[in-house]
Design a binder for this molecule. Structure first.
Ligand code: UD1
Length: 429
C-alpha cells in the first residue's frame, strides 16, 4: 500500500491547476445511462473513483472511450471521456463494485428510467457515520417505482415506466436530488422537486441534462420543475472545477504561509469558505481565471465554523479547516451539521500534538504554535487530506498510511504540492 512522506516547514509558492470536480464528474458519467447516444465529458479528473465508475458503467454495457491524454498516461486516464450506452446489457450493480464507492448507487435512477428495472447493492464508500439511502428510495417510489430490499440489494421496478410526481425532501440531499432528477427527466409528465440540493455539482448535472434534451426549470434553486421527455440525446459538457480541491489547497497555503494562485476556479463556488479564510488572516484575491491565496507572516486567527448546505460552509472542507485551526492563535469551534460522526480525523490530528475536544456535533480546537510530525493513518477522503495539511506545517517527518483514500479524490496531490516547494514524496508498495 502506498504511503506519503512529508517533511514539514516549507512555505508554498506557485500555481496549482484545479481539476474538474469529482462530485460532478461521477453523476455526469452516470447520466450517460439515460441515452443511447454519446455523452462527451471534458475536464474529467484523473481519480480512482472515476476509474472505478468507468468499470461499473462498462459492466452495464456503456462503451467508455478516453481521450485528452497527457504524455505517458495510462489507457484509463485522460480528461475527455466519451460514454455511449447504446445497449444496456445488465441492470444489476453488484456489491463488489457498489461497496467501493457510494455514488455508484446513483445508477439506480437512470437504469429504471431507461430499462424499467434495476438491482443495485446497498452502498459503501467513505465511513462517515450512517449514510442511509431512504430519501433516494423515497424519491424513486414517488416516481412510481416499486422498491424491495432483499439480501443487501435494492430491487427496483417500474413496468409501466416512471411517472412525474411531487418529491418534497424533508432534508437536503445531494444524492437524493441527483436521483430524483435522473428519474424525472424520462418520467411521464411533470415532476416538482422541493427542498432540492443547490450544490454546484447538482446544478452542473441539471445543465448537462438540459443539453441532452431534458426540460428542467428552477436550476440552482431549491425548487426544480421537470417535464419528462421520451428520449434524451447525446451532448458535450465540461465538468465544473472542484471547489473542494481548491478549498483544500487554500487551507494548505494558509497553514504554511506563502503565495499560490489556484488556477481555473471561481470564488462563487466556495465563497463561504473563502470568507472564513479571510477571517483567519489569509489574503484571498480573485485573479484572472483563478484565486490567489496569500499569507506572509502574521498569526492564524481562530474562526468558528458551522457546516451547512450550499451556499453555506461545505462539510467536505470541515476537516481541512480543522487542521488549519490547530495552529490558530486562540480557540475555535467547528460544528458539523451535515454528517454525524464526521470527526475521525480528530484522533489522527492529535498525533501531531493538536488539542481538540469533542462535544456532540462540535469540535473545540485550542490552537498551538507548533505541531510535530508523526506517523498517521488516512481514514476517509477529506479527513486524509487534513493530515496532509497538518504535516505540511509540522516540524519534522510525517508518514501518512493508507493513502488510497487520497487517490479517490485528489488528482496528482503530491506533484501539485511539490511544484509549490513542499517536501512531499510518495513511497510505493
Ligand atoms: C454528497 C457528496 C459528499 C458531500 C455530501 C454533502 C458526492 C459523491 N458526495 O454525498 O462529498 O459531503 O454530498 O454535501 O457527491 N441522508 C439521509 N437519507 C438519504 C440520503 C442522505 O438521511 O437517503 C442524509 C445523510 O446521512 C446526510 C445528509 O442527508 O446526513 C446529506 O447527505 P447527502 O447530501 O445525500 O450526501 P451524499 O449525496 O451522500
Amino acid at each position: 500500500m502506498d504511503r506519503i512522506k512529508i517533511i514539514g516547514g516549507e512555505k508554498l509558492y506557485g500555481t496549482i491547476p484545479i481539476a474538474g470536480a469529482k462530485n460532478a464528474a461521477l453523476p455526469l458519467m452516470i447520466a450517460s445511462l439515460l441515452t443511447p447516444e454519446t455523452l462527451i465529458l471534458e475536464n474529467v479528473p484523473r481519480l480512482s473513483d472515476v476509474r472505478m465508475l468507468k468499470r461499473i458503467l462498462g459492466n452495464h454495457g456503456v462503451d467508455v472511450m478516453v481521450a485528452g491524454k497527457r504524455p505517458g498516461e495510462s489507457a484509463e486516464d485522460g480528461e475527455v471521456v466519451r460514454l455511449q450506452a447504446a445497449h444496456i446489457v445488465d441492470t444489476v450493480s453488484p456489491y463488489e463494485l457498489v461497496s467501493q464507492m457510494r455514488a455508484s448507487f446513483w445508477v439506480l435512477a437512470p437504469l429504471v428510467a431507461r430499462m424499467r428495472e434495476a438491482k443495485v447493492s446497498l452502498p459503501g464508500g467513505c465511513a462517515i457515520g450512517t449514510r442511509p439511502v431512504d430519501l433516494l428510495l423515497m424519491a424513486m417510489e414517488k416516481l412510481g417505482c416499486k422498491i424491495e430490499i432483499d439480501s443487501g440489494y435494492v430491487l427496483a421496478s417500474a413496468p409501466d415506466g416512471l411517472k412525474g410526481a411531487e418529491i418534497d425532501f424533508p432534508k437536503v440531499t445531494v444524492g437524493g436530488t441527483h436521483t430524483a432528477l435522473m428519474g424525472a427527466v424520462l418520467a411521464r409528465g411533470k415532476t416538482v422537486i422541493k427542498n432540492a440540493a443547490c450544490e454546484p455539482e447538482v446544478t452542473d448535472l441539471a445543465h448537462c441534462l438540459v443539453k441532452m434534451g431534458a426540460k428542467i426549470s428552477g436550476i440552482g434553486t431549491p425548487t426544480l420543475e421537470i417535464i419528462g421527455v421520451e428520449h434524451l440525446h447525446g451532448a458535450t459538457h465540461r465538468v465544473l472545477p472542484d471547489r473542494i480541491e481548491a478549498g483544500t489547497y487554500a487551507c494548505a497555503v494558509a497553514m504554511t504561509g506563502g503565495d499560490v494562485l489556484l488556477d481555473g476556479v471561481t470564488p462563487d463556488l466556495l465563497q463561504s469558505a473563502l470568507d472564513k479564510l479571510k477571517a483567519s488572516g489569509t489574503e484571498v484575491i480573485p485573479e484572472g481565471n483563478g484565486i490567489r491565496i496569500r499569507r506572509e507572516g502574521g498569526k492564524i486567527l481562530p474562526v468558528n465554523i458551522t457546516t451547512e448546505v450550499f451556499p453555506g460552509f461545505p462539510t467536505d472542507l470541515q476537516a481541512q479547516f480543522m487542521a488549519l485551526m490547530t495552529r490558530a492563535d486562540g480557540v475555535s469551534t467547528i460544528i458539523e451539521t451535515i454528517f454525524e460522526n464526521r470527526f475521525m480525523h480528530v484522533s489522527e490530528l492529535a498525533r501531531f500534538g493538536a488539542k481538540i475536544r469533542l462535544d456532540g456535533d462540535a469540535a473545540i480546537i485550542e490552537g498551538r504554535e507548533t505541531l510535530k510530525g508523526a506517523p498517521v493513518m488516512a481514514t476517509d477522503l477529506r479527513a486524509s487530506v487534513s493530515l496532509v495539511i497538518a504535516a505540511l506545517a509540522a516540524e519534522g517527518e510525517t508518514m501518512i498510511n493508507r493513502v488510497y483514500h487520497l487517490d479517490r479524490g485528489f488528482e496528482g496531490l503530491e506533484t501539485k504540492l511539490q511544484r509549490c516547494g513542499a517536501k512531499v514524496e510518495r513511497i510505493r508498495g
